[in-house]
Design a protein around this ligand. Structure first.
Ligand code: MEV
Length: 303
């Protein structure tokens, strides 16, 4: 028997970096998915084919952790497919880990709750990456839009069905671990300044949650732009991301910011539908590539 599970990619809406230090963030799952198919095979050795994933360790360690947790001895063959590249920062490592746990639990008829899948996947992802809050693992597991605190201390689904978001890829792959470490050094050497930035970001996230729930996109956009300027103060943005943000706002977006660790990956803009085309064109004119995604996508599932 072959079982396929899929998990969605993610986008950080607000609160990156501060979330690593205990503040809440807002994250959404997106409708581009990563698929994991699993099948039992005879013998001891697992066979993994995962060309779309950056490192097969995420799969190897998920299989090992699942076997230990559920007392399964059989070997498996695993294949992956993805609707997004691991270069764009939509969270392929966390999506593949979460989808692997789901596929294996379905294959061996072991029922794992979403919380169990989150906890097991977060353990695997943090043991490999060494840094990170787990917001990406939560988005892949639970889907939708989440108010999230590091390690899954709080995972609150927010009742948001639509966000008129435009996503622009900078063309550069971000090195998340390096950027998190850069902020860590700044935190060590200039603690008061960095803590005050985190506090301001945290306040923006709290208000962002309320205005998003109220559907006040104009205000949410304003808060996103403020968030971008605080991320710039952390020294992790780039000229390219800044210019994509600037032209998006110039073309009529309510607000815009980089999304994720900085250094590259994507920016997001919140825009009235009437301005969408112009905002997309402006982002493309400064070298960005529009990624067509819908937000609030479903979490991990068996296909
Ligand atoms: C990276 O996409 C977002 C960070 O906040 C790291 C994390 O929360 O895992 C910088």
């Amino acid at each position: 028997m072959k079982v396929t599970a899929s998990a969605p990619g993610k986008l950080m809406l607000m609160g990156e970096h501060a979330v690593v230090y205990g503040a809440a963030c807002l994250v959404t799952a997106v409708d581009q998915r990563l698929f994991v198919s699993a099948e039992e095979i005879s013998g001891q050795k697992n066979v993994i084919s995962a060309p779309q994933v950056k490192e097969t360790r995420f799969l190897e360690e998920s299989i090992a952790a699942f076997r230990k947790k559920c007392g399964v001895k059989d070997a498996v063959t695993i294949e992956t497919e993805s609707e997004f590249s691991h270069n764009v920062g939509l969270g392929s490592s966390s999506a593949v880990t979460v989808a692997t746990f789901k596929a294996l639990s379905a294959l061996f008829s072991m029922s794992l709750s979403r919380r169990e899948i989150f906890d097991a996947s977060y353990k695997v992802v943090s043991s490999i990456q060494g840094v990170g809050s787990g917001f990406d693992v939560a988005a892949a597991t639970f889907g939708g839009v989440l108010y999230f605190v590091k390690g899954g201390k709080v995972i609150d689904p927010l009742n948001v069905n639509r966000l008129p978001l435009i996503v622009g890829y900078s063309g550069v792959k971000a090195d998340t671990a390096a950027l998190v470490n850069r902020v860590k050094h700044a935190y060590k050497s200039d603690r008061d300044r960095i803590e005050s930035i985190f506090k301001k970001i945290s306040n923006l996230v709290e208000e962002g949650k309320e205005v998003m729930l109220a559907g006040e996109h104009n205000r949410l956009g304003y808060l996103m732009t403020k968030n971008h300027s605080l991320i710039r103060d952390l020294d992790v943005s780039t000229e390219k991301l800044d210019s994509m943000v600037e032209v998006a706002i110039g073309a009529g977006a309510w607000g815009a910011k980089l999304s994720g660790a900085g250094g590259g990956d994507c920016m997001i803009a919140l825009s009235p539908d009437t301005k969408r085309k112009g905002v997309e064109r402006a982002i493309e004119e400064v070298g960005g590539e529009i990624i067509d995604v819908e937000v609030c996508a479903e979490g991990v599932r068996v296909e």
